[in-house]
Design a protein around this ligand. Structure first.
Ligand code: NAI
Length: 303
């Protein structure tokens, strides 16, 4: 009886307590959407200073959401912010942070060895029932999960930046992911207001698998002198209806990020020409011209 009460249909409400490891750009966004949809959130960071910054940014962003949601009722808005903030607990100790976790989402640096070290520890510290997920953009979920003894309770939950704004969530299953885990992840994604799509554990999942080579191909056009960045961007906006052109998008994402994704994939799949890193991007990275965030990339953003 107990077993059947844990079936997939009740998994919908199974995830109440969510622990997020890493409170950077993505982790604080995930913490925010989970808190504002009524989940209890524990946010883990390396130290109290970083944690404070993450909590402050969550508070600011919640304020922005409340302003929009409660335009005509500021006091309701304040209540919404206060309640959501109350649901986020900061923590610097993973053992304490995972004790009551139904779901742990990892959003730390994109380095396999560091993710392995973390998940090995978490696997020892978390209760049996806890589902583990990674928000990785480009690493293999199966490889990350390989250091744990709970591959059936492991999957990918890939959010998009900025998390509170972007509606999509890619839910990734590895061959070992159980139906119960998968259904619980899908139901939770819906509960935090996202539209979920699913795919196998394949490089870049759906969005980045198509987007990263597309950007690289646009940059190869620039490298060959086929067209200028500006003309390529105008062409894709007006001709394909994209909100941003590929070169603008590359500057926005950051050349360090996209270059390290390409290098990782090219190392793993050297036979695939779509994954070949761009020489001009490697040059920009060496020069510290990483895009919008440094004031220069293919375009100049300095006044
Ligand atoms: P970030 O650098 O903004 O944040 C990472 C945070 O993790 C930092 O605040 C760092 O102090 C913390 N951290 C590192 N090691 C830790 C540990 N052992 N325990 C606790 N905290 C730790 O990085 P970002 O951009 O938020 O990316 C995080 C993950 O999300 C990466 O795997 C990335 O591939 C993925 N991702 C990033 C997207 C983006 O647009 N930036 C989009 C989707 C996924």
């Amino acid at each position: 009886i107990l077993k059947s009460s844990l079936s997939t249909s009740t998994a919908r409400s199974a995830i109440k307590n969510v622990t997020i490891i890493g409170g950077g750009l993505m982790g604080s966004g995930i913490a925010q959407v989970a808190a504002q949809t009524g989940h209890n959130v524990t946010l883990v960071e390396l130290n109290a200073d970083i944690l404070k910054k993450a909590e402050a940014s969550i508070g600011n962003n919640l304020g922005r959401v409340a302003k929009k949601m409660f335009k005509d009722n500021p006091s309701e808005g304040e209540k919404f912010v206060a309640e959501a903030k109350k649901r986020v607990k900061g923590c610097t100790d993973t053992k304490e942070a995972v004790q009551d976790a139904d779901l742990v989402i990892e959003a730390i640096v994109e380095k396999m060895e560091i993710k392995h070290k973390l998940f090995k520890t978490l696997d020892e510290q978390a209760p049996q029932k806890t589902i583990f997920a990674s928000n990785t953009s480009s690493l293999s979920i199966g490889e990350i999960a390989s250091v744990t003894g709970r591959k059936d309770r492991f999957g990918g939950l890939h959010f998009f930046n900025p998390v509170p704004v972007m509606k999509l969530l890619e839910v990734v299953r590895i061959p070992e992911t159980s139906d119960e885990t998968f259904n619980a992840m899908m139901a939770w994604g819906k509960a935090v207001g996202k539209t979920c799509v699913t795919c196998k554990d394949t490089p870049g999942f759906i969005v980045n698998r198509l987007l990263v080579p597309y950007i690289a191909e646009a940059i190869r056009m620039v490298e060959r002198g086929d067209a200028t960045p500006r003309d390529i961007d105008i062409a894709m906006k007006l001709g394909a209806g994209y909100p941003m052109g590929p070169i603008e998008l590359a500057d926005y994402v950051g050349h360090d990020t996209s270059n390290s994704i390409m290098q990782g994939w090219f190392k793993k799949y050297p036979e695939n020409p779509l994954f070949k890193p761009n020489d001009s991007v490697e040059k920009l990275v060496k020069e510290g011209k990483l895009g919008v965030k440094t004031g220069e990339g293919f375009y100049n953003y300095k006044k």
